[in-house]
Design a protein around this ligand. Structure first.
Ligand SMILES: [Zn+2]
Length: 338
């Protein structure tokens, strides 16, 4: 733990900035409502500065107070070593923040996005009907699922690694993953193995895809279907289009990462159903996400794909496999969007 350079961390991401990053910017002032306990009558929370120039927080009720590490521990439910690690991670991404020794307490909010956007292909485009048709056929999903993704700005097309690809990304271009239009694998390079998806350089794996929609439409969705990977993201749209009332498909593009703190405020208070891949990594990822989401007041449930079969009798591995469900298992799948 003593490998941490606190002065450096504090210079890169001091308390007020950290709170902005966590979506707590409105609380980063001398008199605010406490983010930890419910009380809409009295502002009992304050962020203040000591003579050293360092900022601290305090709840004048019973939630306690402290520095950046104490806040991360309390807000994200982390241990001290975990909180330190998270602070370092967050500070590492904060390359544009000026190191200054003292911060005024009331600042205009800093932009939440602190990394350069992903470099998208130069021929990036929204997708022709023929391209949408190809993806729908390739993934075995309804055309309108794919067309809705295009409309929502989460599905685009372009050339990646010299190959025509479909690309899922968030509107802010913090993460993007490409897959080949011909359904084949990307060839192995530099000793790696061939892979079905290619993550574009600069992507932040902890950013969920699909959570932000144009025109703040995401505010209208009370139910989130949280899936893993671009393939299941498309399948999520398929099932949401087919029978979903008010379900928003959202994808994490890897099971091994936590959800980025900046994304958490958008999920706060929503009902989230997690559909992990039917494997160990998927299950472990789902448990971590569930913990994070419960902490911010989400009603979290899971949908276990284990035991479901495809029409050919083989085991379902992910949500995309469910587009080809065995007739005897179809009723079980009815519970997906309930
Ligand atoms: Zn409090």
């Amino acid at each position: 733990m003593d490998s941490y350079d606190f002065d450096k961390l504090r210079a890169a991401l001091p308390l007020p900035e950290l709170m902005q990053r966590l979506g707590l910017g409105e609380h980063a002032k001398q008199a605010a409502f406490c983010p930890f306990h419910k009380n809409t009558a009295t502002p009992s929370f304050s962020v203040y500065q000591k003579e050293s120039g360092r900022a601290y927080w305090k709840c004048h009720s019973t939630c306690g107070g402290g520095d950046e590490v104490d806040l991360l521990e309390k807000y994200l439910g982390l241990s001290k070593p975990e909180a330190l690690k998270r602070w370092e991670e967050l500070a590492g991404g904060a390359v544009h923040l000026k190191p200054v020794s003292s911060y005024p307490m009331q600042r205009t909010p800093v932009p939440a996005l602190t990394r350069e956007p992903v470099a998208m292909p130069s021929d990036l485009h929204a997708g022709t009907p023929a391209e949408l048709e190809t993806v729908a056929r390739l993934r075995g999903v309804d055309f309108w699922a794919v067309a809705t993704m295009r409309q929502n700005g989460v599905l685009q097309f372009g050339t990646v690694c010299g190959l025509p690809c479909w690309i899922v990304s968030d509107p802010a271009k913090r993460i993007a993953e490409a897959r080949r239009m011909d359904g084949l694998l990307f060839p192995a390079f530099e000793g790696g193995t061939a892979r079905k998806a290619h993550t574009l350089k600069g992507s932040a794996k902890s950013r969920p895809v699909g959570l932000m929609l144009p025109g703040k439409l995401h505010d209208c969705f009370h139910n989130v279907l949280l899936v893993e990977g671009s393939g299941d993201f498309v399948a999520g749209y398929h099932f949401a289009m087919e029978r979903g009332q008010n379900w928003l498909p959202v994808a994490m593009l890897g099971a091994s990462t936590l959800i980025h703190p900046e994304a958490l405020p958008l999920l706060r208070g929503k009902r989230v159903k997690i559909v992990p891949h039917a494997d160990e990594a998927g299950g472990a990822g789902a448990l971590k996400w569930a913990e994070e989401l419960e902490r911010i007041g989400c009603e979290v449930s899971g949908f276990d794909l284990t035991g479901l079969r495809k029409s050919d009798g083989s085991n379902v591995k992910d949500l995309n496999d469910c587009t080809d469900i065995h007739p005897d298992d179809a009723t079980e799948l009815e519970g997906l969007l309930k």
